[in-house]
Design a protein around this ligand. Structure first.
Ligand code: GDP
Length: 349
């Protein structure tokens, strides 16, 4: 194993001491595409992993006493304008009042700052962002969605190591991002507007299907009635979908992020979910499955990078690409040849 650099040790100590500066720098490290940054990030994450396990395997009462064994990874998705940031501001403040510490990370798939993207973080969650026990991370710079989600899952580990036991991963419910986010969180929450009928039909079935909790926001004032109708429609829609878990039936809750109505109910429901998932062992199983899934995604991405970096293969690819382009060879045969040659080269080395 490589020697741990002084710098990585410093990051580790900083994070353990709940120093935001080091947490921010460490997250930047996991988001970086630079090879030396990636290596340091992996060293840091391994160090955290090793020490976390030491604590949970340690029978020493004092260690247990100071270390909260449970962390809560919650995904929140919903269309732009549904009230995600308003909700997180209120919900986050409530979580703090329950003696938890909360971090908020964003997975933003949009290519521009307009339309569906998550707004600049300074203007959002102004009260929550000023709290000592809250950490709000601006959306990472653009990249392939899979990479962004993977980096976010590593950022969660850093936030947890810094003592933020509740982590909210926010994503705009457009495209594939919510599916990726579901692969890095324990509980997936979908926020919907108080509209019914056709609009529910229009909502992608796939998202509702993976939701452990559906929140109908803006159930206040003149919208209260349509919120009630929407909640009833989601409740019946969920009845016909296969639940993700055998232990948990997805719920629907109406809230108002404006008046705080239902915020406490959301938190209690989330706590109930985690209690059930913890006691049944499904939480640990899910996390294990997720780690394996990301390992395989990482293997694919590393292999592809190595293949593309390899000079001999690159020459080969040019030749085969032309054959495929001209219709002289099937794409399947070309792909097989390229990979076979690449593998042979590897064994020679
Ligand atoms: P996001 O794009 O999902 O983050 O949505 P925002 O949090 O920015 O909210 C969009 C708009 O909806 C803002 O004008 C909010 O003030 C408003 N809003 C958010 N929550 C509620 C609510 O519970 N009731 C009402 N009436 N308006 C809300």
């Amino acid at each position: 194993t490589a020697e741990i650099s002084e710098e990585v040790r410093q990051y580790y100590e900083g994070i353990k001491n709940r120093n935001r500066y080091y947490l921010a720098k460490a997250i930047t490290l996991v988001e970086s595409t630079r090879k030396d940054h990636k290596e340091k990030a992996q060293q840091l994450l391994s160090m955290i992993l090793t020490n976390t396990q030491n604590i949970s395997n340690n029978n020493n009462y004092h260690h247990h006493h100071h270390h909260k064994p449970t962390t809560y990874r919650i995904g929140l998705s919903g269309p732009p304008g549904v009230g995600k940031s308003t909700f997180i501001e209120r919900f986050g403040m409530y979580i703090l009042s329950q003696n938890h510490r909360v971090s908020v990370l964003a997975v933003d798939p949009s290519s521009s700052r307009t339309g569906g993207s998550i707004l600049a973080d300074k203007t959002r969650m102004s009260e929550l962002s000023q709290q000592e026990d809250a950490y709000i991370r601006p959306s990472p710079s653009r990249g392939a969605l899979g990479g962004v989600a993977r980096n976010t899952s590593e950022a969660i580990i850093l936030c947890e190591a810094a003592g933020y036991d509740v982590c909210i991963i926010e994503t705009v419910g457009v495209g594939q991002s919510e599916i990726m986010v579901a692969d890095i969180v324990d509980m997936f929450v979908l926020m919907v507007p108080p509209a019914g009928g056709d609009e529910i039909q229009g909502l992608k079935k796939g998202i509702v299907e993976i939701s452990d909790l559906v929140i109908v926001n803006k159930a206040d004032g003149p919208l209260a009635n349509s919120a009630k109708e929407a909640a009833a429609e989601y409740t019946s829609a969920l009845k016909y979908l296969n639940p993700v878990s055998t232990y948990w039936k997805p719920r629907v809750i109406s809230i108002s992020s404006k008046t705080n109505m239902g915020i406490e109910n959301v938190w209690n429901t989330i706590m109930e979910f985690f209690k059930i998932m913890n006691e049944s062992g499904e939480l640990q199983r899910r996390r294990g499955d997720q780690r394996t899934l990301w390992m395989w995604r990482q293997i694919k991405s590393i292999l592809l990078d190595r293949l593309k970096e390899d000079e001999f293969t690159r020459k080969l690819v040019n030749v085969y690409e032309k054959k495929v382009l001209d219709g002289e060879m099937t794409f399947g045969a070309a792909a097989n040849n390229i990979v076979d040659r690449f593998m042979n080269k590897c064994t020679v080395i």
